[in-house]
Design a protein around this ligand. Structure first.
Ligand code: HEC
Length: 155
């Protein structure tokens, strides 16, 4: 329990939700493509470009960027330790469509305002963000697409 709380605190350090997930359009900085949410997914690639699964795999595994395996198990030869706060990512593309995967990575807070999973493409409604990071998402549009492209291979 202590470890779980510590991990959640770590994840939330820069991203405590301050608004509800109810609104369907997100005002983003002018330079950033906006999210178009339909149902519980984002049907179109953010920014329009197709992602690269190999780059996505590297991001998912990297401890200094997305760090998905902090919370998610993944059967991959290079993973030695992973957390279990979230469900395993193995076979995730059998359960969720590409559009559903994209929303979960980009802005999971819209689906669950209480989630501990970072909303990797959100910048608004977050408190306690260091000024250097204000207005910048954790992953940019291209990186979100890379991560989604890799998740889509996990059948
Ligand atoms: C701090 C912990 C944490 C991190 C880091 C994290 N997640 Fe999650 N994730 C969760 C939890 C917990 C859930 C369960 C649903 C919820 O709480 O919203 C979840 C749910 C998901 C789901 C939906 C799973 C399902 O079965 O419906 C996907 C897909 C996902 N995460 C992918 C990722 C990816 C990809 C990354 C990295 C870019 C990532 N997560 C980083 C905690 C995390």
């Amino acid at each position: 329990m202590h470890q779980r709380a510590a991990l959640a605190a770590y994840a939330l350090l820069a991203m405590v939700p301050g608004s509800t997930a109810a609104e369907q359009t997100q005002a983003v900085a002018p330079s950033r493509p906006a999210l178009r949410v339909v149902g519980d997914g984002i049907p179109d690639p953010i920014g329009g470009a197709k992602g690269d699964p190999e780059r996505g795999r590297a991001l998912i595994l990297a401890h200094d960027s997305a760090n998905c395996i902090l919370c998610h198990a993944l059967s991959d030869p290079s993973v030695r330790f992973s957390g279990n706060l979230g469900p395993p990512l193995d076979g995730i593309a059998r359960k969720l469509s590409v559009a559903q995967l994209r929303l979960r990575v980009a802005d999971n807070l819209r689906l669950d305002p209480a989630t501990i999973m970072p909303s990797y493409y959100r910048t608004e409604g977050l408190d306690r963000v260091a000024s250097a990071f204000r207005g910048k998402p954790i992953l940019n549009a291209g990186q979100i697409e890379d991560v989604v492209a890799y998740l889509a291979t996990l059948k």
